[in-house]
Every structure is written in structure tokens, then in C-alpha cells.
Design a protein around this ligand. Structure first.
Ligand SMILES: Cc1cc2nc3c(=O)[nH]c(=O)nc-3n(C[C@H](O)[C@H](O)[C@H](O)COP(=O)(O)O)c2cc1C
Length: 304
């Protein structure tokens, strides 16, 4: 089950997705974190953030909406309180980085890059605005390329993964921009902007009015987007993809691999079953044995 991802050797291709495993300590009591290939921390910002007002989570028939608003303990508390556990894991640790300005992103990456516990970075570019002009920069290829270039410089030898938002007209344009800027890997997808309305109050359920949809509802769209980015941008450039969006079972994970992902991340499923990722890993092993697949990489993009 071991595989290479963006220059890192992983024990297996299963990650935990950002924001759904906290800083890993929250899940340490439920299963052995060592049994995963990698994990991506909650988004870390330069300063602590309380996040959005509540309610900020609502369930739907086949998924959930969240509008957490990047609540996190901030860079320095993360280093002090969370890095020791992360440092003890053989699992690849990617720190998800967010900020209000490019400078904030760079400050976080520069401070964390020398730490041994940090194996790589995931750039969350689907959040607020850059200083320059109030354009959401996850949707603007020019801004994606620029922030990726600067972040890569700050990350040095450590791999930089850029997380793409699905709420764009052409996700491949965003992917090409990140690759042009020097991304070592791409992760997709982030959540889909959505709304749930309370018909009695006639108000949106979330205090933020809208939130990001994740879970089984988004899976077929996410599989399609992974395949699109793989064929149109990542395969030609030789850049690996971390695929996610509604993965609940081993067969879901296989779909993402066949679509073009080199590794997959489990998000919302962890809220329903804390050890979902471990069960998915075990199921993937069974699938590989049954189909005589000796290298996970042989599944990547093997769609007929
Ligand atoms: C409660 C919650 C919090 C999340 N927080 C973050 C975050 O801080 N940064 C980020 O890049 N993605 C965040 N995500 C998005 C997930 O990492 C993932 O991209 C998305 O949920 C799709 O995968 P899933 O359907 O398996 O959950 C969050 C998702 C959920 C459900």
C-alpha cells in the first residue's frame, strides 16, 4: 500500500482532510494515527481566529454544510501545543495554511517550514480576500499563480500542495495556474457553496447564511473534477492529486484513484465514524488483493 506522493513516501494513500481531524489529537483516542498515510491539519492562520457565529454546521440528506470560518488557535499556539504530537507520527503531516493577505500566508509557512514535524503544506486559497482589491483569490488564476510562487519559495524543499475550490467555471484554469506557480501537488475539492433554509423562520439555518457542502452529495461531482484536472492539467505536468469529496467507503476511494488521484482524503465521513479512514484503508487493501494490484500508483488514472 506504500506509495510516493509529492516526493514523500507514504505508508498508504489515505489522508484525513483539513478541518475534519482538528490537529490530529482529537482523533488519537479513536484509532492509531500511525495507520494512515497522511493528514492535513485544520487551517492555521497567523493569529488565532474564533470563526463565524453559530449555528455553523447543518446536516442535509446526504452531507453537511459548514461555515466554521477558519476557527483555529493561531500559529504560535499550534507550534506550542500541537506540534509535539504531530512530531511523533510517522504519518505525513501537511499543515493547511490560510490568511487574509499573502503576507500572512508567507509568515505562517516561513515559521513552520524549518520544523521537522511538518512534512508539507496545503494552501487553502478558497477563503476571504487578498489585500489587493477584494477579489477572492482562489478563483483568479493570476492571483493563484502569484501566491503559489511566493508560498513555494517560503516552503523551500517541503512540498506545497494547492487546494482548489470547485466553485469556479473552469477548475483546470486554476490548476494550471497553481502548477505554473510551482505547486508540487494539487488537492481537490474543497466544499461547494450551498444554503439550507428553515421554512418556519424563513431564514437560512446557518448564521453565516451560506456554508460549504461536503459529504456523499458531492462525490460524483468531485470525481468528475478530479478526472478533469488530471487529464487537462496534472497528468501533462506530472503533478500528483489528492482527491476528496464524499469518500465514505473503499470503493469511493478507488473511484477517485481511477479518476486520477494519487492519494485520497477522508473528511465528513470521519464525523459519522471516527475511524472511517482506517476502514477505508483496510477495504482498499482487500480490493488491491482481489484485483492483483501490487502498486497503488497502477490505479491512478486507470479509468478505461
Ligand atoms: C467541518 C469542516 C471543516 C472544514 N475545514 C476546512 C479547513 O479549515 N480548511 C480547508 O482547506 N478545508 C476544510 N474543510 C473541507 C474539507 O477538507 C474537504 O475538502 C471537504 O469537506 C470535502 O471532503 P468530504 O466530503 O470528504 O468532507 C472542512 C470541511 C468540513 C466538513
Amino acid at each position: 500500500m506504500s506509495t510516493n506522493f509529492a516526493g514523500l513516501r507514504l505508508a498508504n494513500p489515505i489522508f484525513l482532510a483539513s478541518g475534519t481531524c482538528g490537529y490530529a489529537d482529537e482523533l488519537a483516542d479513536f484509532f492509531d494515527l500511525k495507520s494512515l498515510g497522511g493528514l492535513v491539519t485544520k487551517s492555521i492562520t497567523l493569529h488565532p481566529r474564533p470563526g463565524n457565529p453559530t449555528p455553523r454546521i447543518v446536516e442535509t440528506d446526504s452531507g453537511m454544510l459548514n461555515a466554521i470560518g477558519l476557527a483555529n488557535i493561531g500559529l504560535e499556539a499550534f507550534i506550542r501545543e500541537k506540534i509535539p504530537l504531530l512530531a511523533s507520527l510517522p504519518t505525513a503531516v501537511f499543515v493547511n495554511v490560510a490568511g487574509r493577505t499573502v503576507e500572512e500566508y508567507l509568515a505562517v509557512i516561513e515559521r513552520l517550514a524549518p520544523l521537522e514535524a511538518v512534512d508539507g503544506f496545503e494552501l487553502n486559497i478558497s477563503c476571504p480576500n487578498v489585500k489587493q482589491g477584494g477579489i477572492t483569490f482562489g478563483t483568479d488564476p493570476k492571483l493563484i499563480e502569484e501566491i503559489t510562487r511566493q508560498a513555494k519559495k517560503a516552503a523551500g524543499v517541503k512540498p506545497l500542495m494547492v487546494k482548489l475550490t470547485p466553485t469556479v467555471t473552469d477548475i483546470s484554469a486554476a490548476a494550471r495556474a497553481a502548477i505554473q506557480g510551482g505547486a508540487d501537488a494539487l488537492s481537490l475539492v474543497n466544499t461547494f457553496t450551498a444554503m439550507v433554509i428553515d421554512i418556519e423562520t424563513r431564514k437560512p439555518v446557518l448564521a453565516n447564511r451560506t456554508g460549504g457542502l461536503s459529504g456523499p452529495a458531492v462525490k460524483p461531482i468531485a470525481v468528475y473534477l478530479v478526472h478533469k484536472v488530471y487529464t487537462e492539467a496534472a497528468r501533462p505536468a506530472g503533478i500528483p492529486l489528492l482527491g476528496m469529496g464524499g469518500i465514505r467507503t473503499a470503493s469511493d476511494a478507488v473511484e477517485f484513484l481511477l479518476a486520477g488521484a494519487s492519494a485520497v482524503a477522508v473528511g465528513t465521513a470521519t464525523f459519522i465514524q471516527p475511524d472511517a479512514a482506517v476502514r477505508i484503508r483496510q477495504g482498499l487493501e482487500t480490493y488491491c488483493r482481489a484485483h492483483r494490484i501490487s502498486h497503488i500508483a497502477d490505479l491512478t488514472g486507470a479509468l478505461r
